[in-house]
Design a protein. Structure first.
Length: 190
């Protein structure tokens, strides 16, 4: 993947209301959860990680859901919770890396909030997740190639829903958050 400009606005979002939720999309390891927590704190909003919400609802880890129900079963659960959480005003929501695979999910994201696509290179993503044993899609002989293949498949989908694209490589989380703040819908005056 070529490097992209840092913090670029792709298109005006359909939901420019300051109470509209903010959805973070991007590959595993790009920093959606870490950045999402800090972004929510900076905005005084609630933060939810969709994968963690699925785990809390099911009582088991995502990897276990994959083992028992397969990816298709996990994706059904993901869509149901995404539908629920994308309706919550003022939320910052970190989606799972594959949430954009279903057209229904992409429609919900586009129509219900401001979508921020967090991106990084294959090498950077691999560096961040190589030792993480809780990534069911990386249970393969060549996890770096798997990341490259997933990124090739998913990047056009991330771009198709994104209002804002932000590269997270080589930047501290606090800098990524500072770069995003002026690009997000402005708070409503009181």
């Amino acid at each position: 993947m070529e490097s992209v400009p840092t913090a670029t606005t792709i298109a005006p979002g359909s939901a420019q209301d300051a109470a509209a939720p903010i959805f973070l999309v991007g590959m595993m390891g790009v920093g959606k959860t870490t950045i999402g927590r800090q972004l929510a704190a900076a905005l005084g909003r609630e933060f939810v990680d969709l994968d963690h919400a699925i785990e809390a609802r099911c009582g088991v880890r995502v990897a276990t859901i994959f083992d028992i129900e397969g990816e298709a079963g996990f994706r059904r659960r993901e869509t149901a919770l995404l539908d629920e959480y994308t309706r919550v005003p003022g939320l910052v929501l970190a989606t799972g890396g594959g949430a954009v695979l279903a057209e229904e999910n992409r429609r919900m994201l586009r129509e219900r909030g401001c979508v921020v696509y967090l991106c990084a290179s294959v090498d950077e993503l691999y560096r961040r997740v190589a030792r993480d044993r809780n990534r069911p899609l990386l249970r393969t002989d060549n996890p770096r190639q798997r990341i490259a293949d997933l990124l090739t498949q998913r990047e056009p989908l991330y771009d198709s829903v994104a209002d804002i694209r932000q590269d997270t490589a080589d930047q501290p989380v606090s800098q990524v958050v500072r770069s995003l703040l002026p690009l997000l819908p402005a708070p409503l005056p009181h």
